[in-house]
Design a protein around this ligand. Structure first.
Ligand SMILES: [Zn+2]
Length: 262
């Protein structure tokens, strides 16, 4: 009889007590409940909330019951520390999934993604755009990654937006400011196509690919990174991911062309 008592499911009070980690955090940082409920109402009226949030919650449950269990040993090893071999700088575009296209496991890639996979030029005086710069700094100085990949992609909205009239970007002042970091790319492409006119799809591809090379150049403005690169201690790569075919092209520094990885 006593055994049965010990193995019984915890009652409501016990369950409440076992949820302390979440409770502790929510008491420190609370999200205004009024905002949350009104936002839910809007989303429900759009018929978005039930569908998409269920999908995300179901995904978490499936990850935990299947993928996590299957890779339990990897997660156990990663519990204390990480040793990623590569810093992956990609576009925020939802269609670019670094771990998927490189078949990498957790712990392998240190990732930063932003609109149009831009690397701000190193500038210690202004300390602007530090989100991306901090990731580069940490990856190179602390994690000592062996590779850095700048990965652009086909049909990049960020690269297309470089050509938008200012009026079209009026409601997006921060995006416009961010994209101004790639202004030189647009100017170079414009100069090139002034001599040899091309249709818009070709202009887009030229912009996306030239942007990758330009961001590789920006990486070398980071003194500590440049020094490692010159000593052969770190490898820089520029990749172009074609969403429609799944092909990935690697930039050949010697030939100055993107070559399909096959
Ligand atoms: Zn993009």
């Amino acid at each position: 009889m006593e055994k049965n008592t010990e193995s019984k499911l915890p009652d409501k009070t016990d369950r409440k007590r076992s949820a302390t980690p979440v409770d502790t955090i929510s008491s420190l940082y609370s999200f205004p409940a009024a905002f949350a409920s009104s936002s839910k109402k809007v989303l429900r009226s759009l018929n978005v909330f039930p569908l998409m949030s269920d999908k995300l919650f179901d995904g978490v449950k499936e990850f935990h019951s299947k993928d996590f269990i299957e890779n339990r040993e990897i997660f156990r090893q990663l519990q204390q520390e990480q040793h990623p071999h590569t810093l992956f700088i990609g576009c925020s575009d939802s269609r670019v999934v670094p771990s998927l296209i490189t078949k990498s496991l957790p712990g392998e890639l240190f990732i930063v993604r932003n609109i149009a996979n831009i690397v701000p030029v190193h500038n210690m005086k202004q300390m602007d755009y530090v989100a991306t710069s901090a990731v580069i700094e940490y990856a190179v100085k602390v994690l000592e990654v062996e590779n850095i990949i700048i990965c652009g992609h086909s049909n990049c909205g960020g690269c297309q937006a470089l050509y938008y009239e200012p009026q079209r970007m009026r409601k997006l002042p921060q995006t416009r400011k961010w994209l101004s970091l790639a202004k030189s790319v647009k100017n170079s492409v414009k100069k090139k196509i002034a001599e040899n006119p091309v249709l818009e799809p070709e202009r887009s591809k030229m912009t996306e690919q030239l942007n990758i090379v330009q961001q590789m150049n920006h990486l070398l403005t980071y003194p500590y990174l440049r020094s490692k690169y010159q000593k052969g201690q770190i490898r820089l790569m520029g990749w172009y991911y074609a969403i429609e075919t799944g092909d990935v092209y690697n930039y050949s520094v010697e030939k100055r062309v993107f070559e399909k990885i096959s």
